[in-house]
Design a protein around this ligand. Structure first.
Ligand code: KG4
Ligand code: ZN
Length: 377
């Protein structure tokens, strides 16, 4: 779905787009306007998290998320318009995540956007959430295509090359759990709380990462795919064998798991960098390796990725964390790019639990699936 370049006529008036996001556990609305330098001005950028609502369950509960999104969306739209000092009349397009994600949640933003589009007579832009993540590095700074992106969050773990707007090539993704889920589930087994990633990182500080041997995921398998389910199971088995685990036992297991996840991410990222080098030999060092998603906050993960990037002639760039984690600014940006290219959607645009970013995989997948393998697999 390589989108055409924007038409010059459309570029003359800078377009303003509102974006809505509700595919996992963040309700978010943002408003962006194209500026004279070709970048974007973020006029409003609101996020309402649900961590407390899910904390008692140690993970995101889809029904709770869907209800909370449905309750939050209208108010967030009103608040974003007020913050931007705009009326709906002054907005040129209504963008919303249409998938992939938890289907009840996806519907909250998409249905709200459809209502706004119909009521105000504005074009609807149904955005792939993953395209939002793929374009997010361009929210704050000019990042030239092509670039390599590692997306590591609670819902996604994938490596892709962004070649242009609408042109993404997925090099690999997780076959089971996302990296963030591996952190969260291990932390849950160890009783460390939710969200598990930060809790596990804290616990790991005083730990010995050499104490427990963990399996290397997908050992010997070529390519850029990930798998974290085996690591999680191995960690659980170690945990269950520990009788009355001490704080030191917990710290050692946390450190061992954290290092295993970091190594797995760095090893596949290294392979993806090699693919990039083979495909774009003319691009000089340092080539950008963009790392987005909540797991990118982990210091051990960052160090491992930074090391691999340095060895391969890449520079690891992490966008500001507010745009790494789920947000609506990235959805509005993807919508703006679509609008500038005239890629408008009809009001029948479906909500999709699964929606691969690259066309070749997309053709193989049904429009609406169960989304069983993690919220945004
Ligand atoms: O991108 P994100 O905020 O949201 C979505 O997944 O949508 O990512 C959240 C994930 C959670 O799984 C959380 O445990 C993980 O990122 N995470 C971390 C850290 N901070 C957040 N994992 C490891 N170490 C951290 N410091
Ligand atoms: Zn996301």
């Amino acid at each position: 779905m390589d989108l055409p370049a924007p038409t010059p006529a459309k570029q003359e008036t800078p377009l303003t787009v509102i974006g809505l996001e509700s595919s996992c556990d963040e309700s978010a609305v943002a408003i962006l306007r194209r500026n004279a330098t070709g970048g974007v001005d973020v006029l409003a950028d609101l996020v309402l998290g649900q961590t407390q609502a899910h904390a008692p369950f140690g993970g995101v509960v889809p029904e709770i998320a869907a209800r909370a999104h449905a309750e939050a969306m209208d108010g967030l739209v009103v608040a974003a318009l007020a913050e931007a000092g705009l009326t709906l009349d002054e907005i040129d397009g209504i963008a919303a995540t249409a998938g992939p994600g938890l289907i009840g949640g996806v519907m909250a933003a998409l249905m709200t956007a459809k209502g706004l589009a119909l009521g105000a007579g504005k074009p609807l832009l149904a955005v792939n959430h993953l395209e939002g993540h793929a374009l997010s590095p361009r929210l704050g700074q000019p990042v030239a295509f092509p670039y390599l992106l590692l997306l590591v969050s609670g819902g996604h773990t994938q490596l892709l090359i962004a070649e242009g707007v609408g042109a993404y090539r997925r090099l690999g993704s997780t076959l089971d759990d996302a990296a963030g889920e591996a952190f969260d589930k291990t932390a849950k087994i160890m009783g460390l709380g939710f969200p598990g990633g930060p809790a596990l990182e804290k616990m790991a500080v005083a730990g010995d990462a050499d104490r427990f041997a963990l399996p290397t995921p997908l050992k010997g398998r070529p390519g850029c795919d990930f798998s974290f389910a085996g690591l999680k199971t191995a960690a659980r088995q170690i945990w269950e064998k520990l009788e009355a685990p001490s704080e030191q036992d917990k710290a050692d297991l946390a450190a061992s798991v954290q290092r295993a996840i970091a190594h797995a991410l760095a090893s596949r990222a290294r392979r993806a960098m090699q693919v990039f080098l083979d495909d774009f030999p003319a691009i000089a060092a340092p080539r950008p390796l963009i790392v987005a998603g909540g797991v990118a906050a982990n210091k051990t993960v960052r160090n491992a990725l930074q090391g691999a990037a340095g060895e391969m002639g890449f520079e690891m760039i992490a966008p500001p964390s507010k745009w790494c984690t789920d947000n609506a600014a990235m959805i509005a940006l993807a919508g703006l790019e679509k609008l500038e290219r005239g890629a408008i959607d009809g009001l029948e645009a479906p909500a999709r639990a699964r929606w691969p970013l690259d066309e070749s995989s997309a053709k193989l997948d049904p429009a609406i699936g169960s989304g069983r393998k993690g919220p945004k697999a």
